[in-house]
Design a protein around this ligand. Structure first.
Ligand SMILES: [Fe+2]
Length: 249
């Protein structure tokens, strides 16, 4: 059901598919085979990469989950997986630039990873992190402060997906004022996660609070959803806002 039913409910006017080549880089995806809940095989990873290329991206910075309990991924695990993906792309003659970073879950172990330098940044010292979906972790401010005082530039993944911030636009504004970059998921614009998520994503765009957009691509089923998102007025608005920094990565 999902996204199509939401579109019909809201009678959204669809536009010509947007050209994503101006964005150049997608930096939120799960494409290293078998190390998180994204691509499980090399074959699947290649298919997803080809899908992103078809959307217009020229560069991918893939970001496997790093958590203390479920996905205990280290820089070594990630880089060795990336090497396999790169070799396969080369073998098949698929021309796309690909790097890896991570999507860090803000748990206690994240602080240890920061302290011990066990993290992979991307671009100009950016680091992508996500929160639990139930509540803001008690060490949120401490971690952000630590990251920033060490020269890292934190990007909060999909702020529109955390129910505990809903309609607290002063909180989102405060994040931006404090130098926390906000990254919206392209599929949120389609109502893929929930109608509420879509509404919050649209409001964040309207208020000019979004600096990055990411695919958060996990599997093949999501490719047509991303393709459909290219026609959403909210995506066009975001691309026209001049605020997106994806191309700098
Ligand atoms: Fe993700």
């Amino acid at each position: 059901m999902g996204f199509f039913s939401n579109i019909f409910k809201r009678k959204e006017r669809l536009l010509e598919p947007a050209d994503l080549s101006m964005l150049k880089t997608d930096f939120h995806s799960h494409l290293i085979p078998g190390i998180d809940d994204g691509a499980q095989t090399l074959e699947e990873a290649i298919l997803l990469i080809e899908g992103l290329k078809e959307l217009g991206y020229q560069k991918i910075i893939t970001t496997p989950h790093c958590m203390s309990d479920f996905y205990k991924n280290t820089p070594e695990i990630i880089i060795s997986g990336l090497t396999k993906v790169k070799e396969e792309l080369q073998r098949r003659g698929i021309d796309i630039s690909i790097e890896a970073s991570a999507e860090y879950y803000l748990d206690d172990d994240f602080e240890r990873k920061i302290d011990e330098g066990e993290i992979i940044t991307f671009g100009d010292n950016y680091i992508l992190f996500e929160l639990p979906f139930l509540a803001e972790p008690p060490n949120f401010n401490q971690v952000v402060f630590k990251l920033q005082s060490m020269g890292y530039r934190p990007i909060l993944a999909h702020p529109e997906r955390y129910g505990f911030y809903y309609n607290q636009f002063e909180t989102y504004q405060d994040f931006v004022d404090r130098g926390i970059y906000l990254q919206v998921n392209m599929m949120s614009l389609m109502g893929h996660y929930s109608p509420e998520t879509q509404k919050i994503a649209e409001k964040l765009i309207e208020r000019g609070l979004i600096t990055f957009i990411g695919s958060d691509l996990h599997n093949e089923r999501q490719l047509p959803i991303l393709k459909h998102a290219l026609q959403m007025p909210s995506l066009h608005k975001l691309l026209d806002s001049g605020k997106l920094k994806n191309a700098e990565l």
